[in-house]
Design a protein around this ligand. Sequence first.
Ligand code: 5GP
Length: 298
Amino acid sequence: MAESRTPPEVDRVAASRRAVAARRERAALKKDVSMRVITPQELLRRALAEPASPAGAMRVTEFLTSIPAIGEGKRDRILKDLEISPVKRLGGLGSRQRTQLRRFLDGRWPEIEPRGGRSRLVVLAGPTAVGKGTVAAHIKEHHPEIHLSVSATTRAPRPGEVDGEHYFFVDDAEFDRMVEAGELLEHATVHNAYRYGTPRAPIERVLADGRTALLEIDLQGARQVRTADPSATLVFLLPPSWDELVHRLVGRGTEGAEERTRRLRTAKTELASQGEFDYRVVNDDVVRAADEVARLAR
Ligand code: 5GP
């Protein structure tokens, strides 16, 4: 009997399953870039590190249109300028094309270089629902050498929260007084609702003792700390993917549908600021992420 050139049925089924899975992974990566969970540079780094991965197999055309603000017209002009053929896959770019593409991305979406020296003032920020509080609580419990700042807030305590331990719960008048007296290192209104701020004196004491202070605060606060002390180390906590962030926000079940939509919109804007941070840590596992933050804070 003549040998058949068609692969056996099982192989074909397996191959088509793999193709479907690879397409799904590429779609997830594109979504992460479009929702700004990962920067275009990060996706390019992954593609070049592993050309056979879903990132590496992505066409340069799909890559570019996944970037916010790049439509098909702009994409074609960019490819022409960079002299990259539209059929190219990221993993198959030549070395000159890689450099050109990287330079183009860096020019449009700057990522700052991590500061050289270590600062003992460390800020942990990140989008809503990413799990900053859980990571910070883990550090507090397992890395007692790191002082976790206790913020002042105008919101009411939740069940189980202890004044002076989780927050200093103050009223508006007291918060105003602290701001006016310059007692806060930074302060902000979070989620358009309550005010939060970092008391300055405990941080100064910790730093004077040569110890490390960790601030788990929102993005506006992180920017104020950077202005007050440009040498501070800024760490941005990232979700493993956009879908996971949505899942965590919905899973928490503490917000209504409208509030959830608002927070997701906020999260997307917050994610867009990750380039301002010295380090990015992915919260794929609380213990692992907490250890990584603690290492950066040592
Ligand atoms: P929650 O009310 O759920 O404890 O915190 C809400 C948000 O307030 C979190 O995103 C947290 O990072 C932020 N936050 C807590 N303390 C401070 C602070 O001292 N300053 C600023 N800017 N944000 C804070």
